[in-house]
Design a protein around this ligand. Structure first.
Ligand SMILES: [Zn+2]
Ligand SMILES: [Zn+2]
Length: 411
């Protein structure tokens, strides 16, 4: 499934507008007012119906998951990017997934519509993930030591059906072969009103009133005037604690990383000296290294699964210690957008460790028993030099392909 298009109306002037599934920052083509989209839980969309006017529609929920899946087994790790839909109500009366139908359709936000019954999802988000984990482990060597999913888009799609003697698919206007009117009768009792508000938060800096900036799928918006960064929390913008390492090169791009302090069980990894031992780095422990606190570093931007982990592991093994300047890089600098949430970065920490723990034999035990609990985090922008094809951090000897970043916009 490619990402789909959602039709909506500008909350300011009512003009019709379209946005992509991952868009959060939208600017109206008519009134030019910018809004940031935020929902308390997950975004819910309806597939458009082609049923005759005035038909009473039954909206059936499907989970839609798009993201990276990792499964660790002895001696290896399976990584995949996955994009699936699955019934949120287990029944053979409706198709098991929305299939190709969502590709060709423009969706709308799920809101109250006359003559619409929204069935209540029965499969929880946690159950969906457990099911997917089981599916992906099926063909892998056992035992499975650890599984994680990162960078996901999770939403609910409501597909329309109706009854006309028999169960009809309102997208195709055809009978559903597996469904029967009597069979679905008990399912129809469990429905809920579509009371799922979407917040359109005006993108004005809460501190100085300036227009905030960000990429279309931004999770953090920057104020170029007072150099602050904001994200949506509980329906409003709150300031996000950020810092940057000032770069001195020309042609610079600042890349965002989550720097995370965590409690780890099963191994001692509290400072740089510990890291040298854990990762068996070709370095001699020097005095003072045991006072340099250890931090995890994970990209705050989306990239393909294996690169995501290798970038995180690379920066974590490097433990950048340059002085942090609080706030957002100076106005003239190019800054890469943030589109990977902190929760997802935290979810990746164990996987990042697997990249550099030595000896490899230790891994099996660790993966099974280790607990990592994030304590504190900060968004830190690191300066990279922009070459023709790559962004390069010379100090860490790290190169990020520009092509890779461009392709990640589709994820
Ligand atoms: Zn407008
Ligand atoms: Zn401001």
């Amino acid at each position: 499934m490619p990402s789909f298009i959602i039709e909506h109306q500008c909350p300011q002037c009512g003009a019709p507008a379209e946005l992509e599934e991952t868009d959060r920052l939208v600017r109206c083509g008519f009134c030019r007012v910018g809004s940031y989209l935020h929902v308390p839980e997950v975004f819910r969309y309806v597939l458009p119906s082609r049923a005759p006017e005035g038909t009473d529609l039954i909206y059936v929920p499907y989970w839609r998951f798009k993201g990276m899946f990792f499964s660790c087994y002895p001696g290896g790790m399976d990584q995949r990017f996955t994009d699936i839909s699955q019934q949120a109500i287990a029944t053979h009366h409706f198709p098991v997934n929305v299939g190709f139908r969502s590709q060709t359709q423009k969706l709308q936000f799920a809101v109250a519509r006359p003559g619409g019954t929204y069935l209540k999802p029965q499969l929880t988000q946690a159950e969906l993930m457990t099911g997917l984990n089981q599916r992906f482990r099926a063909n892998l060597p056992k035992p499975i030591l650890h599984q994680a999913h990162i960078g996901e888009t999770l939403s609910l799609l409501y597909a329309p059906y109706y009854l006309k003697g028999r169960l009809m698919d309102a997208i195709l206007n055809e009978a559903v072969p597996s469904g029967s009117a009597e069979g679905i009768a008990p399912l129809l009792e469990d429905h809920e009103p579509p009371a799922w508000p979407i917040n359109f938060i005006p993108t004005l800096c809460p501190q100085c009133g300036w227009d905030l900036e960000g990429i279309s799928d931004a999770l953090a918006l920057a104020c170029p005037n007072c150099q602050t960064v904001w994200w949506a929390r509980n329906g409003k913008l709150e300031q996000l604690r950020t810092a940057y390492v000032a770069g001195s090169e020309e042609q610079m791009v600042y890349m965002p990383f989550w720097r995370i302090q965590a409690d780890i069980t099963g191994m001692t990894l509290e400072n740089y000296a510990d890291l040298i031992r854990v990762a068996n780095l070709p370095k001699v422990v020097q005095p003072g290294m045991d006072e340099q606190r250890f931090y995890f570093w994970a990209p705050a931007f989306k990239v393909r699964p294996h690169r995501f982990l290798s970038f995180g592991a690379h920066v974590t093994a490097s433990q950048p210690v340059e002085r942090h300047v609080a706030g957002y890089p100076e106005a003239a600098a190019a800054v890469h957008g943030v589109n990977l949430p902190i929760q997802e970065a935290v979810e990746s920490l164990k996987l990042i460790l697997t990249v550099f723990v030595r000896p490899r034999k230790r891994l099996e035990d660790l993966l099974r028993t280790m607990q990592i609990t994030a304590r504190r985090y900060r968004l830190v922008y690191l300066p990279f030099h922009e070459g023709p094809h790559e962004l390069i951090h010379r100090g860490m000897n790290l190169a990020i392909s520009k092509n890779l970043l461009a392709n990640a916009r589709q994820m």
